[in-house]
Design a protein around this ligand. Structure first.
Ligand code: DQA
Length: 158
């Protein structure tokens, strides 16, 4: 089976999961807010869920705004069908990341572990939400799993 191609009756999409700044610290970082799960365990569960749903999941993390922009740009050249992103704090600040998504036109779902709307006012707005196919917040690591299911369901409807 090859990512991004139809093989027999099985459709396999390549899904890119992007984690923004400080998410490499999950498990150690404010566990009361973000949970005890490490990024490695979330990534491994996302890959298993992807396999169950006949999708190939690739995961990347960067603490750098430009690194995330480049990953989004490169996704367009790699036949990535959809992107699941937790932009971390860059969601609240990065017009560059918004512009990257607008330029590639790859459907994406934005997720946040915490309920950003129940936190400080500066977290209530993100530069991605209004151009995302969907947004999932406040469900801890389940935000990622719900986001992946929703992203694939949406891709398969279109
Ligand atoms: C976060 C929420 C952001 O406001 C914060 O800057 C993060 C994590 C979340 O997953 O809840 O780094 O994206």
């Amino acid at each position: 089976m090859f990512a991004g191609s139809n093989v027999g009756r099985v459709i396999v999409e390549l899904i890119l999961v992007l984690h923004g700044p400080n998410l490499n610290m999950l498990g150690k970082r404010e566990p009361g807010l973000y949970g005890a799960a490490t990024l490695e365990s979330i990534n491994s569960r996302l890959k298993s869920l992807g396999a169950e749903l006949n999708a190939m999941v690739e995961t990347q993390q960067s603490n750098h705004e430009g690194g995330l922009v480049t990953m989004v740009q490169q996704a367009a050249e790699r036949n990535v069908a959809g992107i699941l992103i937790n932009p971390g704090a860059y969601g609240h600040t990065s017009i560059a990341l918004r512009d990257a998504f607008l330029s590639v036109q790859i459907p994406f779902v934005e997720v946040h572990l915490s309920n950003i709307y129940a936190r400080e006012p500066f977290r209530h707005h993100t530069y991605l939400s209004d151009i995302a196919a969907g947004v999932v917040v406040g469900m801890g690591e389940d935000s990622y799993f719900c986001g992946l299911r929703g992203l694939l369901a949406g891709l398969r409807k279109s």
